[in-house]
Design a protein around this ligand. Sequence first.
Ligand code: ATP
Length: 238
Amino acid sequence: MSSPALKVKGLHSGYGDIRVLRGVDIELPPGAVVALIGANGAGKTTLLRTISGLVPASAGSVEIGGTPITALPSHRVVEAGFVQSPEGKQLFSGMSVMENLMVGAHGRRAHARRHETLEEVFDLFPILKERRSQIASTLSGGQQQMVAVGRALMALPRVLALDEPSLGLAPIMVDRLFESIARIKARDLSILIIEQNVFQVLEMADYGYVLENGQISLSGTGPDLLADAHLRATYLGL
Ligand code: ATP
């Protein structure tokens, strides 16, 4: 049996005396889209930052494809295959689309394959090819989000983590973004997606986890979670 693309076990972390994650367990099979849901402040971003090595773990372990990555510096985590597209995009606003995309390909393996990967990103987001010389800050919000996802793909992830990719986008752009995510999934890479659009993300995801107060309180397939009374009341207002 192949190893999970990502395996997080008993992960604890926080900021100084503030404990945020209190023993988180999640697992992503290869090629799966997994949703992470939770209220503001539940610790979703902290989980991504801890996996990435930006916030130190005080206990627990993280593996990518069966290889332990706990406590590695963040550039080594990227090289091992965990790449995130952060909340709020964090593009270099004065740089062109092309320059922003190339920033993603600075690792050795990614750099060697950058021309092929760029063609794949342009295939996925044709508008970025048209606008490749345009300065990032002059793009629409949806296009900037495509650059952020494209930049993460340039790093050749095995696991792509998307932190609230639909934040601030018009509904039509959210639909397009979710279509693109479904197409990225077809490329056989695993995706961990944090989303406030709970209904839409659970319709697309193979599996979902609910994070509450730094612990996984509920998990299941999209249909199972959408049928759960607590989830419906808390996150869908039903
Ligand atoms: P949101 O949906 O609002 O982004 P989240 O689930 O991603 O929420 P986190 O951003 O991980 O939650 O925050 C979890 C807790 O950690 C919150 O109580 C937050 O105030 C706290 N926190 C986050 N970043 C820091 C920091 N740099 N220093 C201290 N506390 C922090």
